[in-house]
Design a protein around this ligand. Structure first.
Ligand code: FAD
Ligand code: NAD
Length: 473
């Protein structure tokens, strides 16, 4: 009898399993994916086909484009860099292997039992594991569902894994497509569009909505759209794709925009229109667990499902599909199983788009606050006035700090610019401790750092920024 069976070994599941074991709970983690040798492929979407491989390619492609476009600004002349895509992919795959085998090592070190197979929940105390060797039923006191998500397919552009691919296929191209189409200007469209655009593809992004990045600060979204179009992403809003027909030569994508029908010819097409939860074949029909109409498992703030002792975390439940949100939910749940009073601060889950420059934010936007009738004040600071950003040739973008009008408590930090992810993370720490804009203004920031832009934006909330002309009497 296990104390906890975790289903899925992505950032929600493997982290939950390790913490459960650390807390003295007898824990098993069941994973259905396996590698070429038939061993469990741990790490889920994030380590295998998500966060990590995409960041490896973002980094490689950034270096390539930097060498072509920016080194000469520093007085460094190099001959035209030569691309070796096979080597770039090999580097990415090595990093993935290092991390996924690392999870296996962590399981061994923490005495988590690793089980290969497809898990099916029979009831709150029984899980069936189906593998090539047959099936067995395991007994447990608690079940944590961490089965993650998969790319959404749309019938008008069916994935053929040759020239019409999802995000997984877009991490595996063996050459740079001359013309690349992307359906969806979400996080994946922007990140993977950036990778292939930097490597030389002519990229066209077709987004269904009229609004770009609706979840981000409005001014940031406007600046980001302008910047990415300048970088060559060619983002088209309000486009309804009606068909994508692949023949041996190319793909013809037909879309409607403002009443006009346009045909676009591309060599490869990436479909990146969101992800859906993995709940197929997960539940025995008598297990009593609810699933909503989109396949998500409904949970409360503590990730409890409608069945006692069954919990669900990560992409398979509501909220942003982010690895750090998934891991923190996993930790919260097993700590609660162990009798601790853990909880999640959902308002403080940061978001990052790892483009160049990065886009990042935490907390509420001005639009959220206006809609909620909360009075606020803001302070912004441009990277063009930050010494370190200028020294690095990275002066695009700005930071905005939003604080409560009366209490001065920080309610949101939004950034577009160099190291935006790391800068916003400092905002997360400040907000976790309930800091005011004044607290951040009183904090000493190293000089010269791009983080000083956060300091100045916090000072600007109360009209006290030094390096912009906003001083109030
Ligand atoms: P997953 O990582 O999807 O893991 C679920 C696991 O469960 C899988 O291994 C699956 O095989 C297994 N499983 C499913 N059903 C069963 C079953 N019945 N039995 C046994 N095993 C099962 N997020 C970020 O925060 N930052 C990023 O930079 C980022 N980049 C991304 C880039 C891309 C291209 C993609 C696609 C995603 C990215 N994400 C990023 C999102 C992130 O990968 C997910 O939010 C995260 O992986 C969710 O973790 P999870 O553990 O809930 O699910
Ligand atoms: P997304 O939800 O971020 O974006 C999908 C986009 O596709 C949306 O803008 C949507 O309006 C558009 N769309 C939907 N249907 C369409 C259609 N038929 N035609 C044209 N456009 C259409 O989803 P994603 O980019 O696929 O990413 C999936 C998930 O993975 C996201 O929830 C994200 O959180 C996560 N992810 C995170 C990171 C990161 O944290 N940096 C990176 C990659 C992925």
């Amino acid at each position: 009898m296990y104390d906890v069976i975790v289903i899925g070994s992505g950032p929600a599941g493997y982290v939950a399993a390790i913490r459960a074991s650390q807390l003295g709970l007898k824990t098993a983690c069941i994973e259905k994916s396996f590698d070429a040798d038939g061993n469990s492929q741990l790490g889920g979407t994030c380590l295998n086909v998500g966060c990590i491989p995409s960041k490896a390619l973002l980094d490689s492609s950034h270096r390539y484009s930097d060498a072509i476009n920016h080194l000469s600004n520093h007085g460094i002349e190099v001959s035209k860099p030569k691309l070796d895509i096979a080597k770039m992919m090999e580097r990415k795959n090595k990093i993935v292997t290092q991390l996924t085998t690392g999870v296996s090592g962590l399981f061994k070190a923490n005495k988590v039992t690793q089980i290969l197979g497809h898990a099916k929940i029979i009831d709150s105390n029984h899980v069936e594991v189906i593998s090539k060797d047959g099936s067995e039923t395991l007994e447990t006191k608690n079940i944590v569902i961490a089965t993650g998500s998969s790319p959404i397919n749309i019938p008008v552009a069916e994935i053929n894994n040759k020239d019409i691919v999802d995000s997984t296929g877009a991490l595996e191209f063996d050459s740079v497509p001359k013309k690349l189409g992307i359906i969806g200007a979400g996080v994946i469209g922007l990140e993977l569009g950036s990778v292939w655009s930097r490597l030389g593809s002519e990229v066209t992004v077709l987004e269904a909505m009229d609004e770009f990045l609706p979840m981000a600060d409005k001014r940031i979204a406007k600046d980001v759209l302008k910047e990415f179009n300048t970088q060559g992403l060619n983002i088209n809003l309000g486009c309804k794709v009606t068909s994508a027909i692949s023949n041996k030569k190319d793909i013809t994508v037909t879309y409607e925009n403002n009443g006009n029908t346009t045909e676009l010819k591309v060599d490869k097409l990436i479909v990146a229109v969101g992800r859906s939860p993995n709940t197929e074949n997960l539940l025995d029909k008598n297990c009593g667990l609810s699933i909503d109409e989109k396949g998500f498992i409904p949970v409360n703030d503590f990730c409890e499902t409608n069945v006692q002792n069954i919990w669900a975390v990560g992409d398979v439940v509501r909220g942003p599909m982010l690895a750090h949100k998934a891991s923190e939910e996993g930790i919260m749940v097993v700590e609660r199983i162990a009798g601790k009073h853990a909880e999640m601060e959902y308002d403080l889950v940061p978001s990052v788009i790892y483009t160049h420059p990065e886009v990042a934010w935490v907390g509420q936007t001005e639009e959220d606050l206006s809609a909620a009738g909360i009075e606020f004040k803001t302070g912004s600071f441009p990277f063009a006035a930050n010494g370190r950003a200028l020294a690095s040739g990275e002066s695009a973008g700005f930071i905005k700090v939003i604080a409560d009008k009366k209490t001065d408590t920080i309610l949101g930090v939004h950034a577009f610019g160099p190291s935006a992810a790391d800068i916003v993370q400092q905002g997360v720490v400040a907000m976790e401790f309930g800091a005011s804009a004044e607290d951040l203004g009183l904090t000493i920031f190293s000089h010269p750092t791009v983080s000083e832009a956060l300091h100045e934006a916090a000072l600007a909330v109360n009209g006290q920024a030094i390096h912009i002309g906003n001083r109030k009497k």
